[in-house]
Design a protein around this ligand. Structure first.
Ligand SMILES: Cc1cc2nc3c(=O)[nH]c(=O)nc-3n(C[C@H](O)[C@H](O)[C@H](O)COP(=O)(O)OP(=O)(O)OC[C@H]3O[C@@H](n4cnc5c(N)ncnc54)[C@H](O)[C@@H]3O)c2cc1C
Length: 567
């Protein structure tokens, strides 16, 4: 059946309203105030996604004793040299400019020291204290100010509208984005000259997970369906200190890295500071991959807490000091019946950030002219492990570059007519779920997805577990065809769950297949069966691309050491 849809014509369609999406809008408008921009957001604009959840802060070189080169080397060393060095270099170079924009143009006010300079704090894996922050609620400061700026530049805002697919013209050029208006259930086609994908990646497919729930790999899945290559998909970061709060939705919520930077201890159930056995030099200030693996090993070796975690303890700094420096986290722990300012809090590794994503160039361009990808949806910047503080820097730096690149190139692009067949195929995915008379609940399937990813493709993996994960995912993909949801499209939570799940399964498959291929331990990809990094064979990144039907292509490419060769 042919579906009816509304058409919106625009110069630039930006998908996602986190740090990357909002910076893209603001910077495109700064260069070309005459542009018509449409901002499509599945969640509330400026209040959804993870940029708002940023607690710790933003890495930028602002001090004369620090340097861009040091930040660059820290980023490569943290990423175990799997990074695209040009992306990493762009990140560290542009980060100070973004901090300047945030303060001077957009009105953010970060914490200052007694001399009035921006105060920068310690984060793990860094050779200099360079993390700019606003207490432990940095993301709220950034996103609130960016949201205010939107009222000035006035893009067309499509809120509670989920992007479904990237739509090409018959000639294969970008034509726009198919969408479902979640509130009305109606279909929309945003016909655009340029599209920027910034939906924030897909680290939510785990039983214990930190990111905003509406992030379900939609952007990456859309790009995969459009034929783009993704890279480093096996590199999923587990933050070492996610809250454990039983069945509560607070389980997985992050206690940020600034705690370890400020001297917090990690202890097992016997009260031992176990990091001395894993990284005696850096102890708790070791990088996330090392700390998450150490915590997981403690738990799996029976030295964990009853709730299946370990403890973080910063109470030795004194109640008032902890309260003053980390008010957000103190409040969060009190909500679940413990108190960070007076004693240890039970935590576990939690799925946190996708280093993998769509292959891009330094202006976020992709292999499809007019299509750009920015922020956590892109891959390459962080290599095998992201440093704390480099995430929000990435989304704002590259969102900014994507917006400017579109504005500069816009006159080369035109509004292409969509391939009607592709558009109808996209709407038919939604209609299929609504009409399906199957017996599967999308919520049960989501739980199965989270369970298998946690058990089989979690903090530490091996061949057998990875193979089980792939089998489970393929089974989930076929069970999705027998889904049953209420028979309408208006604010249909179950339908949206099914659409989320479809994307998550596709992205998860790219993760486990890439993980099966990488036979070594590097950064966030930890294997019991290949415990060491194998630089001789594996200083390569893995690209994954969908083929015809259920086929896929996977290949390795040696990392280009364009600036620094690892010793
Ligand atoms: C708890 C937590 C704490 C963090 N703390 C830090 C920190 O201290 N420092 C740091 O550097 N990084 C931190 N990070 C990482 C950082 O938040 C991310 O790297 C970054 O914010 C991602 O920005 P983004 O713009 O790519 O995506 P997000 O900010 O996540 O935005 C994604 C947007 O896409 C929208 N969207 C999703 N799917 C669709 C769709 N189908 N259609 C339309 N819209 C869609 C969402 O509604 C949302 O608006 C933290 C992450 C978490 C989870």
């Amino acid at each position: 059946m042919t579906q009816k849809y509304e058409v919106i014509q625009t110069d630039i369609a930006v998908i996602g309203s986190g740090g990357a999406g909002l910076f893209a809008v603001l910077k495109a408008k700064e260069l070309r105030a005459d542009l018509d921009i449409t901002l499509i957001s599945k969640g509330a604009i400026g209040r959804s996604g993870c940029t708002r959840m940023v607690q710790g802060g933003f890495n930028a070189v602002l001090n004369e004793e620090d340097s861009i080169e040091k930040h660059f080397l820290d980023t490569l060393s943290g990423g175990k040299y799997l990074n695209d060095q040009e992306l990493a270099w762009t990140l560290v170079n542009d980060a100070p400019k973004v901090i300047h924009d945030l303060e001077v143009k957009y009105g953010c006010f970060f914490d200052r020291d007694d001399t009035g300079r921006i105060k920068q704090k310690a984060f793990a894996g860094q050779s200099f204290d360079r993390t700019v922050h606003k207490g432990d609620l940095t993301g709220i400061e950034i996103m609130s100010r960016l949201r205010e700026q939107l009222f000035r530049v006035e893009p067309r805002e499509l809120e509670d509208v989920r992007a479904l697919d990237l739509i090409m013209s018959k000639e294969g050029s970008i034509s726009g984005v198919s969408c479902l208006d979640v509130r009305t259930g109606e279909f929309i086609f945003v016909n655009a000259k340029c599209v920027i994908v910034a939906t924030g990646g897909a680290a939510t497919m785990y039983k214990i997970a930190a990111p905003a729930r509406e992030k379900t790999g939609d952007g990456v899945a859309m790009c995969l369906r459009a034929g783009l290559k993704v890279r480093d998909m096996e590199m999923l970061q587990f933050h070492p200190t996610g809250l454990l709060a039983g069945e509560s939705r607070m389980t997985g919520a992050v206690l940020e890295e600034g705690l370890r930077g400020a001297g917090a201890f990690l202890k097992n159930a016997s009260g031992e500071r176990f990091m001395s056995r894993y990284d005696s030099e850096r102890m708790e200030r070791s990088t996330r991959d090392v700390v998450a693996r150490a915590s997981y090993t403690e738990i799996m070796s029976g030295r964990g807490t009853k709730g299946g975690g370990i403890y973080i303890d910063i109470s030795h700094l004194g109640k008032d000091e902890v309260q003053r420096r980390f008010p957000g986290m103190v409040e969060r722990t009190r909500l679940i019946g413990s108190d960070l300012s007076t004693g240890p809090v039970e935590v576990s590794p939690t799925s946190h950030f996708a280093m993998g994503g769509v292959e891009i160039g330094i202006d976020c361009e992709t292999s499809i002219p007019g299509l750009y990808v920015a922020g956590e949806d892109s891959g390459g910047t962080h290599g095998a492990n992201r440093l704390g503080g480099n995430g929000v820097a990435e989304s704002t730096v590259f969102g900014s570059r994507a917006g400017m690149a579109c504005a500069r190139a816009i006159d080369q692009f035109e509004l292409n007519k969509p391939d009607e067949e592709l558009l109808q195929k996209s709407f038919a995915r939604v209609a299929y779920f609504v009409q399906s008379e199957g017996n599967e609940s999308p919520f049960t399937l989501t739980n199965s997805l989270k369970e298998t990813m946690w058990e089989n493709f979690g903090v530490v993996r091996n061949e057998k577990k990875i193979a089980s994960a792939e089998t489970d995912l393929l089974e989930l993909r076929s069970r999705l065809k027998r889904i049953n949801v209420p028979k309408n499209q208006v604010f249909n939570v179950a339908l949206n769950e099914a659409l989320d799940l479809e994307n998550q399964v596709e992205v998860a498959l790219s993760m486990v297949r890439s993980g099966a291929l990488r036979k070594e331990t590097r950064g966030s990809h930890s294997r019991y069966d290949y415990e060491e990094a194998d630089d001789e064979n594996w200083l390569k990144f893995i690209s994954y691309q969908l083929g015809d039907g259920e086929n896929y292509l996977i290949e390795t490419t040696p990392v280009q050491f364009t600036r620094v060769v690892p010793r």
